[in-house]
Ligand binder design. Sequence first.
Ligand code: MG
Length: 431
Amino acid sequence: MNRRHMMQSTVLGTAAVGLSSLWPSSVKPSPWKAPQQPIGLPSIKITDVKSILTAPAGIRLVVVKVSTSEPGLYGLGCATFTQRARTVQTAVDVYLKPFLVGKSPWDIEDIWQSSFFSSYWRNGPVLNNALSGVDMALWDILGKWTGLPVYQLLGGKSRQVVDTYKSAQGQTFEEISESVQQLMDEGYRHIRCEPAAYYPKTGPWEAASYARMLPQFFEKLRARVGEQVELLTDVHELLPPILSIQLAKDLEASRLFFLEDPFSPEDVGYFKHLRQQSSTPIAMGELFNNPNEWLDIISKRLIDFIRVHISQIGGITMARKLAHLCEFFRVRTAWHGPGDTSPVGHAANIHLDLVCNNFGIQEFHGLVQAEEDVFPGSPQAKGGYVYINEKPGFGVDLDEKLAARFPIKDDPSFDLHWGNLRRRDGTIVKP
Ligand code: MG
């Protein structure tokens, strides 16, 4: 009997013994028998914690590998903060490693809490990503040891497939609407459109004209592609708050699936004003790090989708708590899943998507071949859904030798525009 079957018999066998005398004679009692001794988990230790930096798609990824005293048993977690990858590397290798070596990998909650407070100052993106990498790796280890996928450890599937969205490509209206049609033909039921002509990555950029043009774009697009597709857009926290409120009102006629990130994290106090004036569904959260940024807007029912980046908030341990909090306020999940997420991070998103009853949608744009080669077992998209494999843990491995052939560069073009986008008069535009 393997470990997995022994654990099942522990749970089910106990119930069978207690209930068998109550069952009608026509109902056969379960053949499961409880083991004589509790199985438990072996007494093993964390022996190493290290960061692995790689860029198989040209985007800097940070992965954490936690090794244990059990030969061959290790876990992987995503710690990708692509804009500051080397600071996360330092947080993992210099600070978390000595704090964690010698501890039990089974104490996931305690390791989360003690690591979080170990720096005294906390809640920032660098330390949260480092902690998330460790946290996911520990869940991966638990899954591998028990022989179970992480979704099973979290409560089991609440759905069989995970609906996903992808961004339409193109510069002009014609190009974008053709791209939407092509994605619909591939099976996508949710498509994000960010008209590049209205959202340049180099300045000068003016919010007011953008806020006037976007509703016209979506009215035209809705008329072109019909009512059978869900349309999404993201304003990247770029507008002054009052313009975002106006935009949400003006987009109502286009019936969006959601309008994403209307305010900067510093401006969450505006959500109550937006909510009083517009019924456009709102997604928010990719820049959130701190529970105080989301508690108020969730508990007051001011948003519809929570859209945090799981490695920015503390990994599986924090994300599942957040998802369960959201469930009570009818807020659905829409975990951030851009290119600066490692395949391990994408898999973590999808394991949660399978479990959480209040799942909304998953962002996933697909992977390039080099990513799939470096990360065997990566999630796969098909027909507008994204799939994980059913292997224990997250089911994603890392070929370290191959990863080393894709070293990170410190000045890739990805996201370099943040901090450089300016208005006509030279003022910085803040996301
Ligand atoms: Mg966004």
